[in-house]
Design a binder for this molecule. Structure first.
Ligand SMILES: [Zn+2]
Length: 113
C-alpha cells in the first residue's frame, strides 16, 4: 500500500504564470485532461513526463521515481534550452508557495508595463 500519492503540479502557462493542480499518481491520465500540453505516464516505479514547452515550443522529457516524488522536496522541471523553470511537482503547500512568488512577480511586472 502506497501512502501519500497525492501530489501537486504547477505548470507554466502561456501567460508566464503557473496553474496548480492536485492529482493522484494513480490517476495520471486526469492530469493530461487538465493540462493539455503535459503528458504524464506511470512507468515502472516512477513517472515519465512530456511537456510541450510554452517558452521554446519544443517537447521536453523528464523521468522521476516515486521515491523522489513523495520525498517532500519540490522537483523543478525546466526548459533545457532556455534554462527556465516550467513546472514544479511535490507537496501542495510547497508548490503553491513557489508559484505564488513567481505569479506575484509576474503580476507586478505586468503592472509596471
Ligand atoms: Zn523549452
Amino acid at each position: 500500500m502506497l501512502l501519500g500519492m497525492d501530489i501537486s503540479i504547477a505548470l507554466k502557462n502561456f501567460n508566464g504564470s503557473y496553474d496548480v493542480k492536485k492529482f493522484s499518481l494513480f490517476e495520471t491520465s486526469k492530469i493530461s485532461e487538465r493540462f493539455p500540453s503535459l503528458k504524464l505516464k506511470t512507468v515502472n516505479k516512477g513517472i515519465n513526463i512530456e511537456v510541450k514547452c510554452p517558452v521554446c515550443d519544443n517537447f521536453h522529457y523528464y523521468r522521476y521515481s516515486f521515491n523522489e516524488l513523495i520525498k517532500g522536496e519540490v522537483i523543478v522541471g525546466g526548459c533545457e534550452i532556455l534554462g527556465i523553470p516550467l513546472f514544479y511537482i511535490g507537496n501542495y503547500d510547497k508548490v503553491k508557495q513557489r508559484v505564488d512568488r513567481c505569479n506575484n512577480v509576474n503580476r507586478s511586472l505586468y503592472a509596471m508595463m
